[in-house]
Design a protein around this ligand. Structure first.
Ligand SMILES: Nc1ncnc2c1ncn2[C@@H]1O[C@H](COP(=O)(O)OP(=O)(O)OP(=O)(O)O)[C@@H](O)[C@H]1O
Length: 641
């Protein structure tokens, strides 16, 4: 057979046939409207290109599409869109449509619309576009084929600049540090490195350090010892501040710091603060503004700052925090890198901790750490980034032992082991319900909430704060978590179902919108009230006025009584999303998964849900196959960090 080397030479170039919406702006606008009607996009996503067009006309349909998708991704917590990833798997990257059902039915789904496009087409649509920042500020930024909203790009740049500056200096270690470490850390015969001790050594030497680890691995214990070492070196004169992203997390850190201080010699414990503030309060949030009172021009007054639950800190907050840090201050971030990322855009801790498991310690870091370790550390040697040289991962949980199903389940899910499903049959502290076991779920939920609801009956006037505190304490023993917000199996549907069950069991009377015992969660920060997004309050009859009030515990442990009418943006909290549960722990958690394979079900979501439980974990899941799919799916947020 003869091969015609020149076949095709005279044939016309194949014309790429693009989707009609890419060829006509009116069609693109109509398509975006349809996506909004199907709830694939938010009104805001569709509005953004329209608004920009009014300011500077840009009739390119692809540009409109990119702009709407960028806004959509921002709403889902991504700092940017990586154009290459968008081309590779549009439906997957965008999680559009959000439920996989009937996907093939839509001929205008992202994968079909973007078919045939190349990265060059994206660049061409953006080139010379007046919406794109080239010299000065403009709404969009393209950097190394990552498309950003300007604000997020700015925040990312600021974080990068601050961190590289902080990572470029090392601090001298005092000669007496070994003796001090020996006082604080017991040295039994070891076979594994004492990462808590090594975390202290590393953080003493850095202006920026990260201590990451799962629940109960001793992050708080370690940081308390670190602060004792720092104070000892400075003669107790350091101005140390402790902060957490939410009020709830701040209250929890206050409790665990107080617990950890009891393990220290009294004269050392005295030099360490126990007061924990929220980041918003620390930075001085200005009502209805994005900016803070403390910033580059008005830095914070402190020498050491510890931020707990750092996985909940979003990109813009991290940028604001670093802006406000005085030049010589030391910053230590604590958190679990494997948890879900912040509710707002960014996955700062996850991004910064990439490679933390492997160590990746270079020669100089190895020399430093090895000098303080009785066990050889060669396994963790590598050529990691500057960040790796400032990160220690604590690996041993002191809370969950080998007999704990929660610990085993969390670890298996975290390493993507689909065999995790089998663990439910082996441990008494974890249980799995299928969707047709609703009666068992009902019994679990009613029993779970009964105690706090009984305590919520009108209490004594002279002890009203203590009573409120104990009701809030009882409430935090049990919590239903959902993977999704909307739908029958989301927070909306499950809250409705639970209220019905509790009402029909005679435990609540929900004939009015507000009733005694109603738990509510803040959906936005309210600076006037000093309440933050995610704070949970409980409705009680105030014994002083006999009127309904909602009680919240503030970061300093005090109780705030608020008129329900002042709480406009709250939702019932019998069920809350896993996302919003971050920073909280409950004795017993019950996680409800939807019956279909939503792209939102991921390993990180399961891990975060499981690790909210301290003693008992229940899971409602229609089929084990669904659980295996969720364990196999990872969520990766796009960012340039
Ligand atoms: N090296 C250790 N040896 C024995 N017990 C420890 C050790 N480190 C911590 N613990 C204990 O383990 C428990 C959890 O420690 P800690 O609160 O410091 O962990 P954490 O990582 O901050 O937990 P979480 O993030 O889940 O709140 C505490 O009771 C603490 O006293």
């Amino acid at each position: 057979m003869q091969i015609d080397l020149f076949a095709g030479e005279h044939e016309p170039e194949p014309q790429a046939v693009f989707h009609p919406a890419l060829q006509d702006l009116t069609q693109m606008q109509a398509m975006l409207q349809r996506w909004q009607q199907r709830r694939w996009l938010r009104a805001l996503d569709v509005q953004l290109p329209q608004t920009l067009h009014q300011l500077a006309a840009e009739p390119n349909p692809l540009l409109w599409l990119l702009c709407a998708l960028l806004c959509h991704q921002y709403g889902r917590g991504h700092s940017c869109i990586l154009l290459q990833d968008l081309l590779q798997d549009p439906d997957g990257l965008l999680s559009l449509p959000p439920q996989n059902q009937f996907l093939q039915r839509f001929t205008d789904r992202p994968a079909v619309v973007l078919k045939g496009l190349t990265i060059g087409d994206f660049r061409a649509a953006l080139q010379g576009c007046s919406w794109l920042a080239t010299a000065g500020p403009a709404p969009l930024v393209l950097n190394e084929d990552r498309l950003y909203l300007y604000r997020l790009y700015q925040a990312e740049q600021r974080v990068k600049q601050h961190l590289s500056l902080m990572l470029s200096t090392t601090l001298p270690l005092a000669n007496a540090v070994t003796a001090e470490l020996d006082i604080l850390f017991a040295t039994p015969q070891q076979t594994e490195p004492d990462w808590q001790r090594l975390a202290c050594v590393m953080a003493l030497q850095r202006r920026f350090a990260i201590i990451t680890g799962g629940p109960g691995t001793g992050k708080t214990t370690t940081v308390v010892k670190l602060l004792a070492l720092l104070q000892h070196g400075a003669g107790g004169a350091l101005n140390i501040k402790l902060a957490a992203p939410t009020g709830k997390a701040a209250v929890r850190l206050t409790e665990s710091i107080s617990g950890a201080l009891t393990q220290l010699p009294a004269e050392r414990a005295r030099t360490i603060p126990t007061e924990v503030t929220t980041l918003h309060r620390l930075l001085g949030a200005v009502p209805n503004r994005r900016s803070f009172r403390h910033n580059r021009d008005n830095p914070l007054q402190l020498e050491v700052l510890v931020v707990d639950e750092a996985s909940m800190v979003d990109l813009e907050m991290m940028a604001a925090l670093l802006d406000a840090l005085p030049e010589q201050a030391q910053l230590v971030l604590l958190g679990d890198k494997d948890q879900l990322s912040s509710v707002e855009a960014g996955s700062v801790l996850g991004d910064l901790c990439r490679g933390a498991e492997l160590g990746g310690y270079r020669d100089d870091t190895m020399a430093l750490l090895q000098a303080f370790s009785a066990v050889a550390l060669d396994k963790w040697r590598g050529e990691g980034s500057a960040l790796n040289q400032a990160t220690v991962m604590l690996r041993k949980s002191h809370r969950f032992d080998a007999h704990s199903g929660i610990g085993q389940l969390a670890a298996a899910v975290n390493r993507g082991d689909t065999g995790a499903v089998e663990l439910f049959a082996q441990y008494p502290d974890i249980e799995l319900f299928s969707a047709n076991q609703l009666s068992i779920l009902k019994a679990t939920v009613v029993a779970g909430y009964r105690q706090y609801l009984q305590q919520a009956q009108p209490g004594p006037a002279d002890e009203r704060d203590n009573w409120a505190r104990s009701v809030l304490g009882s409430y935090s023993r049990f919590q239903v978590l959902c993977a999704l917000r909307s739908g029958d199996w989301g927070v909306e549907g499950v809250n409705e179902q639970i209220s019905q069950w509790l009402h029909s069991s005679g435990i609540i009377n929900r004939q009015q919108q507000w009733y005694s015992g109603r738990p509510v969660m803040m959906q936005r920060n309210n600076y006037n009230l000093g309440l933050m997004n995610g704070d949970i309050g409980i409705t009680l009859v105030d014994p002083l006025s006999n009127m309904l009030r909602v009680v919240f515990q503030l970061a300093d442990g005090s109780i705030k009584w608020v008129l329900p009418s002042r709480l406009t943006e709250v939702e019932t909290a019998f069920a809350i999303t896993v996302h919003k549960s971050q920073g909280s722990e409950f004795n017993h958690c019950c996680l409800v998964l939807p019956p279909d394979n939503s792209p939102l079900l991921s390993r990180e979501l399961l891990y975060t849900g499981i690790t909210r439980a301290k003693q008992h974990f229940s899971l409602l899941c229609a089929a084990p196959a669904l659980l295996r799919q969720a364990i196999s799916r990872r969520v990766a947020r796009s960012s340039g960090l």
